[in-house]
Design a protein around this ligand. Sequence first.
Ligand code: GLC
Length: 489
Amino acid sequence: MLFQITSSARLPALRAAFLFTLLFPMFVVAQGDVHPQSREYEWPSDPQVKDKLEQWRDQKFGMIIHYGLYAVPGMIESWALCSEDWITRDSTSDYGEFKKWYWGLKKDFNPANFNPEQWAATAKQAGMRYVVFTTKHHDGFCMFDTKQTDFKITNGPFAANPRANIAKYVFDAFRQQGFMIGAYFSKPDWHSENYWWPMYATPDRNNNYDIRKFPWRWDAFKKYTYNQIQELMTGYGKMDILWLDGGWVRPLETVTDEVRSWGAAIPAWSQDIDMPSIAAMARKNQPGLLIVDRTVHGPYENYQTPEQTIPKEQLDHPWESCITLGNAWGYVPNDQLKPTATVIAKLIEVVAKGGSLLLGVGPKPDGTLQEEEVKKLEEIGAWLSKNGKAIYNTRGTANYHEGNTWFTQSKDGKTLFALLPVAADGAWPASITWSGNIPAKGTAMKWLETGEKLRWSVKDNKVMVQLPKSLLTKRITVPALALEFERVP
Ligand code: GLC
């Protein structure tokens, strides 16, 4: 039972939160197809974009923050507004009432303890190096001071706060910590009457009128989108990434068989928002800006963004897996967080396969991060502070794994790193072996955690490394082992 709505009033937030906690997993499973990953990729030609892309590929670990109206009841971001058949809602209330209730959350969103410095300091401590923040999710609620609509954080109970323009202060706080800065922006906007025209029903994620019949309405939506992105690219300091979500908003000619296979409804008309002009404007204001028009392969998808999954094999073009720390993108009370070792194992696999990990967190309605999240992120950072050399500034190497041992290399290719996540039972073998990635004669096999040099040998083209006693006896416990050595030149 979701969204129990009485005829006269909104559902009390706590109750909604409780129901969502019970039923949330249904959404996660059903939504899984939204943004998969493919092999099609076009390298950028603009030298400044190329430079920034290389800089971005060095960062490896970022934080994606979902923060918006959905934090108030602690429910999945935006999606319940959509009427697709995988979405479960309480059958005793009607869709119209639910929507009214959701839009009305605006009156309750007052993050009085908004603390972007805490977010940024925690992310820094976690070893993260770039951030992507939801300036506007599919529900259309703006976390920045847009002039295009009143449906925004700067027009409500938080308006009088000196830091009401939340996106601005988030970007500033992370910039202060030396992060690359990314603006998440949803192309679809379910609150805009030019996307979901209230004259018609809203059966799915797409715009709900025939654009061929009402081109003027779509033009108004295009203008709105352009203007909002322009605001973000001109009023919020230096931006590195424009992360565009909602891949179903795309020109019809980009709807390939691959896109059709994802199973979402595809309208007969083109939802073309004119990316070339948006990109030109954005890059004029932000030279070298990376644009991530998710799944719309071509010049505006500067890196790919598989979601909640890791590609099966190494890819040689730029990509990033976005994966939640818990189950939900936004704040859901009592969400189950992934164990630290699981997150580190994912980071290792992603980096060995040539990608970056963008880990998702959702701040609480009061504007602070959950304590459990902070603790987990600190644990991840503790490992990275000692072993980060095997992660940051590395590139994929040809023999990128053997079983569960993963390999990365320094950019000049001289140094190799072997990484082994701890087994589920926490036990380590006395030695590990691999073939290929043979160390140069006389090179030290350094355990990055302690700087200790481990004994190693090569026989029949197989490397064997003795693991340190302190690991075997569990005097030292680590979520993963990282070794550094020189490769045969
Ligand atoms: C998705 C969803 C969304 C989430 C996101 C993060 O495709 O539509 O709710 O914000 O991507 O990757």
